[in-house]
Design a protein around this ligand. Structure first.
Ligand code: MSP
Length: 654
């Protein structure tokens, strides 16, 4: 009999690049909860998917010379392949380009408009022309420049639709402070103080400067802007305002939305406000986790530290990776990923802890009983403690699952694994095995170990679904022995259980060798990413053939001079810029130049270069650049600064 329904969702991911280990965290966490709930007897709906509209996708597709739909189709396949590879068993996958979602979002937008919550206005803000993006003040970099390309932004305006937020402020504050919607609750104060108390800003819900989005049904110049489109997925995927599915009444409201901290605000404020405006019930819980960082740094393609789950899975198995990321991340906090920590964790917990417990126990049943336990029993010291701990485990894990604290659930299970390993040391079965009169006691000890393994592995099967069946096989547990109900009691395996020795479930990893190989992969990835970035920059910078002819008057407007580089250093906040201090034959000047990929500072100092000396100064990543130095884009993709070493600094070029 069903225990009721359970609806859990991940965010829908932007298919703007290959998924990495950071994307895996939420999906694997939701998958583990969904599996656990299914095991408990709930009727589960686990939803994930992709958020496929927006300017970024439109631009990337253009760069590749394909349509946005072709572009997202390719990447969605990689996401789906990854989820399969990571043993993620979702019930439904939504793509925001699916017809039913498009139709439903148009109805939702119209309903909000007709209820008077949406109005037409003007979006004004910091606009970066090269990136074609608006940025809020808080998104700008430390110099007030574009957070993506670090070039100056300008104030710009665009016609847009807005959703009124003020009518929901009071209810939202109560939701965050008086209910247990938000997890961890400690985050409520920051949301209330930063966004609600100062007065909620109306939400921009349409754009008219790009086309790749869901058209606003009553104003075709506009597309629905990201959040109304994206957030609605949680209800359209159930069939809300569409005929593709019929699960809304059964599954809504969601039991758990899980997201990372960067999109917490949209799920804690925007989404409940949209639901309030539509008069729909609110989700029960929003679980917010931190970011997986790499050695404490943000993951970034150009650093080569975007941890590729396919590479790790290939080397250590998908279940070990699942275990590692779930065990390391505490709800609400960041978790620093490092290859060393991962390998040590796998070796300590999985190879030495669980793997060793299984192989030692099974080997002893084979050695002392020929593989099938005899049925006489004799209890002894330490048994009661082990049995009590094993029987209490399920209740503790249930609670942690219900509070979305998966790291604690795993820690609890591995406490029992350690307890069982200690029980082996306490009961010394290898000594009992030497004495024929201790056979019954030995059978009890080994049976207690098999039972403890059965309970731990049953509960673990939600987290490591492909390896736990191998444990069940080795300890001779049938399908019904490993049900959720049986995980709550001791003494389920038959007294004469037959074990089956198999290969090591979690082989020990050679730490030094693996670290060396993984570091080599990171280095290679970083080089490949840099080469790719360089190649991507070229078309923009190289002038098309047949550029417009200019007259001598135009050329005369450009003042070119020689200048000697007296100092050179990297610009801290930029991966591309070098700051050059120049002797220009006059007062001296500073120039920032995007050549750090091609030159080390010491290779430039002492050389004389040509500068455009009458360029308007511009602030680049905190450095005021007074001019630019001339460099050549070589046909092989290299960039070479033009040196004029035998010409005195300050000479005018004509
Ligand atoms: N499309 C939006 C979500 C819309 S939900 C209605 C989006 N997509 S995303 O692909 O950029 O990010 C999806 C989720 O992955 C976010 O919760 C994001 O924080 C998470 N992660 C991306 N990198 C991450 C890590 N390195 N670590 C943990 N999660 C991170 O935002």
């Amino acid at each position: 009999m069903s225990k009721g329904k359970f609806y859990i969702t991940t965010p829908i991911y932007y298919p703007s690049g290959s998924p990495h280990i950071g994307h895996c965290y939420t999906t694997v966490a939701c998958d583990s909860i969904a599996r656990y709930k299914r095991m408990q007897g709930y009727d589960v709906m686990f939803l994930t998917g992709t958020d496929e509209h927006g300017l970024k996708i439109e631009q990337k597709a253009k760069e590749k010379g394909i349509t946005p739909k072709q572009y997202v189709d390719e990447i969605v396949e990689i996401f789906k392949k990854l989820w399969k590879y990571m043993n993620v068993d979702y019930d439904r996958y939504i793509r925001t380009t699916d017809d039913y979602h498009v139709e439903a979002v148009q109805k939702i937008f119209t309903a909000l408009y007709e209820k008077g919550y949406i109005y037409k206005g003007e979006y004004s803000g910091n606009y970066c022309t090269p990136c074609e993006s608006f940025w809020t003040d808080s998104q700008l970099d430390e110099d007030g420049c574009c957070p993506e390309c670090h070039r100056p932004v300008k104030q710009a305006k665009e016609e847009a639709y807005f959703m009124k937020m003020a009518p929901f402020a009071e209810r939202l504050e109560k939701l965050l402070t008086e209910t247990d919607y938000l997890r961890p609750k400690t985050r409520a104060t920051e949301l209330v103080n930063n966004f609600i108390k100062p007065g909620l800003e109306d939400l921009c819900v349409s754009r008219n400067s790009f086309k790749w989005g869901i058209p606003v049904p009553f104003d075709k110049d506009h597309v629905v802007y990201v959040w109304v489109d994206a957030l609605s997925n949680y209800i359209t995927a159930l069939g809300y305002d569409n005929d593709a599915y019929d699960d809304y009444d059964k599954f809504w409201p969601a039991d758990v939305h899980m997201v990372a901290k960067d999109i917490q605000r949209f799920h804690a404020i925007t989404w409940p406000a949209i639901l309030m405006a539509l008069d729909l019930p609110l989700p029960k819980h929003l679980a917010v986790h931190g970011w997986i960082t790499f050695n404490g740094q943000k993951m970034s393609k150009s650093l080569g530290n975007v941890v590729d789950p396919f590479v790790l899975g290939e080397r250590y198995g998908a279940d070990s990776i699942r275990y590692h990321i779930l065990r390391e991340m505490a709800l609400g906090a960041d978790s620093s990923f490092s290859n060393e920590i991962m390998i040590n964790r796998i070796n300590t917990d999985l190879a030495n802890g669980l793997g060793n417990l299984v192989s030692r126990t099974v080997a002893m049943v084979e050695k002392y009983f020929g593989g099938t336990l005899s049925t006489e029993r004799e209890s002894g010291e330490f048994d009661d403690e082990l049995i009590a701990e094993a029987e209490a485990l399920r209740g503790k894990v249930d609670e942690y699952i219900d509070n979305t604290q998966l790291n604690n659930a795993l820690a609890e299970i591995f406490k029992l694994v350690s307890r069982a390993n200690k029980y082996i040391d306490e009961t010394t079965p290898w000594i009992l095995g030497k004495d024929e009169t201790k056979k019954a006691r030995l059978a009890s000890v080994l049976y207690n170990l098999l039972e403890t393994i059965r309970i731990a592995a049953t509960l673990l099967s939600a987290f490591m679904p492909s390896t736990m069946p191998l444990v069940f096989e080795q300890i001779g547990a049938s399908e019904s022995d490993t049900s959720y109900d049986n995980a709550g009691r001791f003494g389920v395996l038959p007294l004469d259980v037959t074990v089956k020795k198999g290969a090591a479930i979690f082989p020990r990893i050679d730490v030094d060798k693996e670290i060396e190989e993984l570091n080599a992969i990171i280095k290679k990835n970083a080089e490949a990413a840099q080469a790719e970035a360089k190649a991507a920059e070229k078309p923009e910078e190289s002038k098309p053939e047949g550029v417009a002819l200019i007259g001598i008057d135009d050329f005369a407007k450009v003042e070119l001079k020689t200048a000697r580089i007296v100092n050179c250093e990297p610009v801290k906040k930029s991966k591309k810029l070098l700051k050059l201090t120049l002797d220009d034959g006059a007062n001296g000047r500073t120039v920032a130049s995007g050549i750090s990929q091609y030159y080390k500072p010491e290779e430039l100092v002492g050389h004389t270069v040509i500068i455009v000396s009458n360029l308007k100064p511009a602030k680049l990543c905190g450095v005021e650049s007074q001019g630019m130095i001339l460099a050549a884009d070589c046909p092989n993709g290299d960039v070479k600064v033009i040196f004029a070493d035998d010409i005195p600094a300050g000479s005018k070029i004509r």
